[in-house]
Design a protein around this ligand. Structure first.
Ligand SMILES: Cc1cc2nc3c(=O)[nH]c(=O)nc-3n(C[C@H](O)[C@H](O)[C@H](O)COP(=O)(O)OP(=O)(O)OC[C@H]3O[C@@H](n4cnc5c(N)ncnc54)[C@H](O)[C@@H]3O)c2cc1C
Length: 287
C-alpha cells in the first residue's frame, strides 16, 4: 500500500484521472473474527488500522449488512477504478515508447549459454524473438511455457463472478459508506448514485455456478432488503491463476535471464506496484 500513492501520482493525468478511494471497512462475522480484528488494530494502528466496536458503525445512506460484531477500518486501504488504471498504464507505456506485440507465445526455447540472447520466443505468427532476459507473466498460460524448460509451476483456475446492482435512486444512497465494504468475504463497492459492484465469488474451475452467485447477492442470507431486491444491471466473470501447493504470487528468477512474475491469484491489482518493483530489481541484476 505504501507504493500506491506514488504510483497514482506518476500515472494520473488530466486526460486519464486516477484516484485512490479510501477507506476499506471489513465487518466481522463472529466473535472470534472480531477479537482477531481487535489484536490487529492494536498492533498495526500506525499503519492506519482501527477497530470499530459493535453498534458504532452508523451510515446515513442505505443501511449496512448486519454487523453485531463490529469491524475493522483500514484508513490507507481502498480501491482504484480498475478500468481507469488500465487506461493510465497503457498511456504511460505509450509515452515511454514501449513496443507492444499482440501475439501469443507458443513456446520458449533455451539457446546455447554462450549466446548473448539466450531466450527465443516462438510467436503464433510463425516468427520468433531472441532476448537476453524474459519475464513470464502469463498467469494460467505460464505453466505450459515453463514445462518444456524443466520448470514445474502448476496453476489452477479459480473463477470469480461480479454483479453490478441497481438500487432505488436516492441522492444520498452511499452517504457515510466506506470506499469498500467487506462483508462475508465479498466486496461491496459503491459506483455512482444508484449502482454498486459486489464481488467476487471463489469458484474452483472455469464454469460459473448460479448457487455461488446467489450466495454472494444475499450475503449468505444476511443481506439487507435493499440489497436483496436490487436488480442486476451487469454481470461478468473472470479467471484467477492460483499456484498449486505454493503461496501466491510466484516471484522467482528461475535461471539467468528467465524471470517468473505471475500467479497473483486474488491480489494481482493490489500487488502490481510491489511486483513491478521486484521485477525491476531482478532486471537490474540480470543486465
Ligand atoms: C472477478 C475478479 C475480481 C478480482 N478482484 C481483484 C481485486 O479486487 N483486487 C486485486 O488485487 N485483484 C483482483 N482480482 C485478481 C486480479 O485480476 C489478478 O490477480 C490479475 O489479473 C493477475 O494479473 P496477471 O497479469 O498476472 O494475469 P491475467 O490478468 O490473468 O493476465 C494474463 C495474461 O497473459 C496472457 N497470456 C497467457 N498465455 C500467454 C501466452 N502464451 N502468450 C502471450 N500471452 C499469454 C493472457 O492472455 C492474459 O492477458 C480479481 C479477479 C477476478 C477474476
Amino acid at each position: 500500500m505504501a507504493l500506491w500513492p506514488s504510483w497514482i501520482n506518476a500515472l494520473h493525468t488530466q486526460k486519464h484521472p486516477l484516484k485512490l478511494h479510501s477507506p476499506l471497512m471489513q465487518l466481522a462475522k463472529s466473535e472470534a473474527e472480531a477479537s482477531r480484528m481487535q489484536e490487529l488494530a492494536e498492533h498495526r494502528a500506525p499503519l492506519g488500522l482501527e477497530r470499530s466496536p459493535p453498534n458504532s458503525i452508523k451510515v446515513q445512506g442505505l443501511c449496512l449488512p448486519k454487523n453485531k460484531f463490529g469491524g475493522l477500518i483500514s484508513h490507507h486501504d481502498g480501491r482504484v477504478d480498475p478500468l481507469a488504471l488500465q487506461e493510465c498504464l497503457r498511456a504511460a507505456l505509450l509515452k515511454r515508447s514501449v513496443k507492444a506485440i499482440q501475439e501469443s507465445v507458443l513456446r520458449v526455447e533455451r539457446r546455447a549459454s554462450t549466446s548473448p540472447k539466450r531466450w527465443r520466443l516462438h510467436l503464433a505468427s510463425g516468427t520468433h524473438l531472441d532476448q537476453h532476459t524474459i519475464v513470464i507473466s502469463a498467469a494460467l498460460g505460464s505453466e505450459a511455457l515453463l514445462q518444456p524448460l524443466g520448470h514445474c509451476r502448476p496453476l489452477e483456475p479459480i473463477l470469480g463472478q461480479v454483479l453490478e446492482l441497481e438500487v432505488e435512486s436516492e441522492s444520498n444512497n452511499w452517504a457515510g459508506w466506506p470506499a469498500v465494504l467487506v462483508s462475508h468475504g465479498f466486496n461491496l463497492i459503491p459506483r455512482d448514485r444508484n449502482h454498486l459492484w459486489i464481488g467476487a465469488t471463489l469458484e474452483p474451475g472455469e464454469q460459473p455456478d448460479s448457487a455461488s452467485l446467489k450466495k454472494m447477492h444475499t450475503l449468505e442470507g444476511d443481506a439487507p432488503n435493499w440489497l436483496k431486491s436490487a436488480s442486476v444491471s451487469n454481470h461478468w466473470h473472470g479467471l484467477r491463476g492460483k499456484p498449486i501447493d505454493r503461496p501466491a504470487p510466484l516471484l522467482e528468477t528461475l535461471e539467468p535471464g528467465l524471470i517468473l512474475a505471475t500467479g497473483h491469484y486474488r491480489n494481482g491489482v493490489l500487488l502490481a506496484p510491489a511486483t513491478a518493483e521486484w521485477v525491476g530489481e531482478q532486471l537490474k541484476t540480470s543486465s
